[in-house]
Design a binder for this molecule. Structure first.
Ligand code: KIV
Length: 257
């Protein structure tokens, strides 16, 4: 709770930095730089080639999160509740408690607004910290991913959902792929933190999938900026290793017993 209070005090003062991690080694690098580390169910498509995050299981999230926990010392750690693990209040509470117990994360994230509000209220009443997720909802999205908030009716629904989530007690909402004016309006009208992905610089913070920004996962989406091409670096190290093995230059005496 202290970490969350501290994060909330950054609203309108400094931007919140959030990234995804699926393993200890990546998490321990991110931990020096991020406010929030999210174990996102995007791991389904990024690591397992699933067509949809709907195929990610609770056990997969828990195992990856246990690894991430070992690398996170100071950031707030949030774990996505996968599809079908919060279909009603009691199932959601049982699964959220399991995630927290097994992974020692600080909060869980659920996708949706009005449709899941009674579930989110129930978790918060039971002292579980919750981050919301509005706009493009990968767990419910069928077909091509589209920007949300183009139509007035959609804008009003998303704004209303954001207010419902705030009232229910979430400390933050991820806004995914929504139009800039809507992201700005939501951010201005809420006291809690908005974290954007494809949702403009007006959000209180930003999140990206780490594998996308370092160029490990090949994705061409407008909202992803590639800050590195780690695949190239891995390739050149592996080629050097391969050549040295073939040429009997590795291992040397100093690598042997
Ligand atoms: O699953 C995920 O990684 C996410 C972020 C992209 C927000 O939900």
């Amino acid at each position: 709770m202290i970490k969350i209070k501290k994060l909330l005090s950054k609203k309108d003062k400094s931007k919140i930095v959030c990234l995804t991690a699926y393993s200890k080694n990546v998490a321990s690098i991110l931990d020096n730089h991020c406010d929030i580390i999210l174990v996102g169910d995007s791991l389904g498509s990024v690591l397992y080639n699933f067509k949809s995050t709907r195929n990610v299981s609770l056990d997969m999230m828990i195992e990856h999160s246990k690894s991430v926990r070992m690398g996170v010392k100071k950031s707030l750690m949030i774990v996505d509740m996968p599809h079908n693990t919060y279909r009603n209040k009691s199932v959601a509470l049982k699964n959220a408690k399991k995630i927290i117990l097994k992974t020692k994360c600080d909060a869980v994230k659920l996708e949706g607004g009005g449709k899941v509000i009674n579930i989110i209220e129930h978790l918060i009443k039971n002292k579980i910290q919750v981050q919301g997720h509005l706009g493009l909802l990968p767990q419910s999205q069928k077909g091509k991913f589209k920007v949300k908030g183009k139509k007035i009716s959609e804008q009003l629904r998303i704004l209303n959902d954001a207010k419902l989530l705030e009232k229910a007690g979430v400390f933050s909402i991820v806004l995914e792929c929504i139009k800039t004016p809507l992201a700005k309006k939501i951010t201005n009208e809420l006291k809690i933190l908005t974290i954007g992905i494809g949702a403009s610089s007006y959000c209180d913070g930003q999140v990206l999938v780490t594998d996308d920004l370092i160029g490990l996962n090949q994705i061409n989406a407008r909202f992803v900026k590639k800050y590195s091409n780690i695949t190239k670096h891995i390739n050149s190290a592996i080629i050097k290793y391969k050549n040295e093995v073939k040429e009997k230059k590795f291992p040397q005496k100093k690598h042997s017993y």
